[in-house]
Design a protein around this ligand. Structure first.
Ligand code: NAG
Ligand code: NAG
Ligand code: NAG
Ligand code: NAG
Ligand code: NAG
Length: 705
């Protein structure tokens, strides 16, 4: 059975196992020009389209994994006759298409030889669906992979940027390099994410014990020089029992499809060539709307319609603009007089209105000199803080006199890459009145400078944790509640209000900044993602959050999600209400979440309230915030509310009673709340506790600030 035509494999399969067992020097192969009839075992997101295109991942979800293995086993090791070393050879055509076209992709794919049909327990992201945190690098895996990885990962990769690597039992490649190919003696770069089909040849010669990997665009014949090679006896890697061949792919935050168009494989021989003209067609990427072609000027042929219609349109547009202006002016006046604005309906897509010309071409690429001048040469006087990502300076832009905050982030060699700039552009597009606006950026000598709107009141933690010994707080409850609602609205926009889901990963009081009117503005959003795309270097670049705000499932799953953000938001709620840090033991050896929970179980929820409020707060709101905080910090991610639900609850549109059903929120507390159909609709002073009634008596301050 030297040649098995496509589709006939299944018929021959049982026979072939029989032959494997009988024949010593057995040969087996298959060739698929399109995989519609291929004998495959698929799992995860993998599927074969009617036209024969195999997609390992589709663009439906983030953090996908897909496997496609040839269902029949192969013997890679021959312990019957040691004089017959086992060689193998394969060639396949792949293409990677992402939502960002050739600018950005994630994560990558691999050809795999493994002991079973599939790779159970494997993780997405940088693990490529091959391994997981615990089995990565273990020799018990018996896995050989050739990875086509589009993203540099500091943990595993030595090549900055997209790379091809040979992996043995782990993701730290034993040989890897940037993708190139040679044609007519000239070496050329190859873009793995161009969306164009690329052919790969992988060959292992059992006699000289060399593995060779070669790549070329589909219209270029196989280069003579391999891209990668590895001299190694693989007999210890392959099990004596049967092994399986296939593909694995994984994605992360960028929606990406990994396609296989055709595949040929041979044990003990040269893989049969693919018939490139018979391969299935790739789906056409959605074309961006074509720019209007400039209308050639018509020569005095205008009729009446052509004149009247534009005039009417202009008039309508003008009328609309005027009414919008009037609306906003009224709104703004109203907001100035009534504090805080009580918004019942979340308006996630509302753009912040701005008067600055700086914002018109965001995110702008600033010159280094401009920023140097703005910060008086990055003088220490202008240093206003150190965040998780770098130092922040205050500055005044020389031309516009606009006050800005400039964040210096050290980054590595990939700083100027297209992917990186695309990421900054996408962060710059996030606009919401509860997010800090990103004006622009500048890349200079291994440093990334991000230019943000200046927040005169800095960050919330400075208000919740005032200097030691001061018992009064200048942040009363109504301001705190307003800030909580603003933060919820900003996070809701990141999660559900934009075209992409943006996971913040580090919600905490020091990342909630305050503008001049003490409105909450979330900062540092998107930076964690930027780090994924190579801004970070060194061990700090894996941003997983801040202790105390990290959801309990994070260490196992390792993948931040909207649920882990909601957990951090819950810890933030408890922090604002209690004035205690989530990462420290509060009392009786309990962390903040468990301590508030124990207060509630003892029917003494209000004992948890921040003593610095002096007992001045609206009970319903306080109870709501504490209970909602506990619900958001539920151990089971599925029990945590979405940010939409959180918004509804905070706006009083949903009843707190729905919270009382949760295990963590017993219904035997807060009669005032249960009597009111909408807990926040009637806020009256009568329900404000006086200090003597509510002041917690038995609370010992264990926390030191
Ligand atoms: C090959 O090796 C395996 C395990 O080492 C053994 O079980 C099997 O019997 C061997 N096959 C032959 C034909 O010796
Ligand atoms: C990709 O980058 C090019 C130029 O760098 C840009 O014109 C294009 O809009 C980008 N595409 C997407 C989807 O961001
Ligand atoms: C990692 O993969 C191994 C092998 O498939 C599996 O047994 C193990 O349960 C996985 N571990 C985790 C934490 O998923
Ligand atoms: C291969 O195709 C690309 C575009 O699809 C073209 O730019 C290139 O010149 C072609 N190369 C050869 C050798 O035909
Ligand atoms: C990696 O592959 C290259 C290209 O074939 C080769 O020159 C080099 O020796 C290989 N390195 C190792 C460690 O095998």
């Amino acid at each position: 059975m030297r040649t098995v035509a496509k589709g006939e494999w299944t018929l021959f399969f049982n026979l072939s196992i029989f032959l494997f067992l009988l024949l010593v020097d057995c040969k087996a192969d298959f060739v698929y020009n399109g995989l519609e009839d291929a004998y495959l075992t698929l799992d995860g997101a993998a599927q074969v389209a009617d036209n024969g295109l195999l997609s390992l991942t589709d663009q439906k979800n983030r953090y996908e994994i897909g496997h496609a293995f040839f269902s029949g086993p192969f013997l890679f090791k021959n312990n019957v006759s040691t004089t017959t070393p086992v060689s193998f050879s394969t060639t396949f055509v792949f293409a990677i298409i992402s939502e960002y076209g050739s600018n950005l992709s994630g994560q990558g794919m691999a050809f795999v030889i493994a002991p079973q049909r599939g790779l159970p327990g494997a993780q997405a992201n940088q693990y490529l669906g091959l391994f997981n945190d615990s089995n990565n690098g273990k020799s018990t895996n018996h896995v050989l992979a050739v990875e086509l990885d589009t993203v540099y990962n500091v943990e595993f990769d030595t090549v900055m940027g997209p790379h091809v690597g040979i992996d043995i039992d782990g993701l730290s490649s034993v040989n890897s390099t940037s993708p190139t190919y040679t044609t007519n003696g000239v070496s050329k770069n190859l873009n793995l994410i161009s969306g164009e089909p690329i052919q790969v040849w992988i060959e292992y010669d059992g006699i000289d014990k060399e593995l060779r990997v070669t790549l070329a665009p589909i219209n270029v014949s196989k280069p003579n020089v391999p891209l990668l090679s590895l001299s190694r006896d693989l007999s210890n890697l392959f099990l004596s029992s049967s092994m399986y061949v296939g593909f694995s792919a994984s994605t992360q935050t960028v929606l990406t499809s990994h396609y296989i168009l055709g595949w040929s494989f041979t044990i003990d021989g040269k893989a049969q060539p693919l018939s490139l003209s018979d391969l299935p067609k790739l789906p056409q990427p959605p074309q961006p709307p074509a720019p209007e072609p400039p209308q050639p000027k018509k020569k005095k042929k205008m009729n009446l319609v052509l004149i009247v219609v534009p005039i009417i349109i202009v008039l309508i547009v003008l009328a609309l603009l005027i009414s919008i202006c009037v609306y906003y002016k009224r709104r703004r006046n109203r907001n100035r007089t009534e504090a805080p604005p009580a918004e019942l309906v979340p308006e996630p897509r509302e753009m912040i209105d701005t008067t600055s010309r700086e914002l018109n071409n965001w995110p702008r690429n600033f010159s280094y000199n401009e920023l140097k001048e703005a910060t008086k040469g990055f003088s220490e006087e202008e240093d206003i803080g150190r965040g998780g990502f770098g130092t922040v300076y205050r500055g005044v832009l020389p031309n516009s006199k606009l006050q800005v905050a400039i964040k210096k982030v050290s980054c590595d060699a990939r700083q100027g890459s297209k992917q990186f700039l695309a990421e900054i552009a996408s962060i710059g597009k996030l606009r919401h009145r509860n997010l800090v606006t990103l004006f622009g950026y500048c890349v200079h000598e291994g440093q990334l400078l991000l230019v943000y709107e200046f927040m005169p009141n800095l960050s919330l933690d400075k208000f919740i944790y005032p200097k030691r010994g001061s018992l009064s707080s200048n942040l009363d409850w109504s301001k705190r509640f307003h800030i909580i609602k603003g933060t919820a609205s900003g996070l809701y926009y990141l999660h559900q209000g934009w075209e992409q889901v943006v996971i913040h990963r580090d919600i905490k009081s020091s990342n909630v900044l305050l503008d001049a009117q003490m409105n909450a503005r979330i900062g540092d959003f998107g930076l964690a993602k930027l780090y994924d795309h190579g801004a970070g270097s060194g061990p700090t670049s894996r941003v997983v959050g801040t202790p105390g705000y990290i959801a309990p499932e994070m260490p196992q799953i390792g993948i931040p999600s909207t649920e882990t953000d909601v957990y951090a938001f819950g810890a933030f709620l408890l922090e604002v209400a209690t004035g205690r840090r989530p990462n420290l033991v509060v009392e009786r050896g309990l962390g903040l979440v468990n301590w508030v929970s124990s207060c509630m179980k003892e029917n003494a929820l209000l004992n948890a309230v921040d003593p610095r409020l002096g007992g001045e707060y609206v009970v319903q709101e306080m109870v709501l915030v504490l209970k909602l905080g506990l619900l958001c910090c539920h151990n089971n991610p599925a029990s945590r509310p979405s940010m939409f639900k959180v918004m509804q609850l905070l706006d009083g549109d949903a009843n707190l009673r729905s919270l009382d059903r949760s295990d963590d929120a017993p219904s035997d507390f807060g009669t005032a709340v249960r009597e009111s159909p909408s807990p926040l609709s009637s806020v009256n002073t009568a329900s404000t506790f006086s200090a003597s009634e509510a002041s917690p008596s038995g609370i010992r301050e264990v926390v030191t600030y």
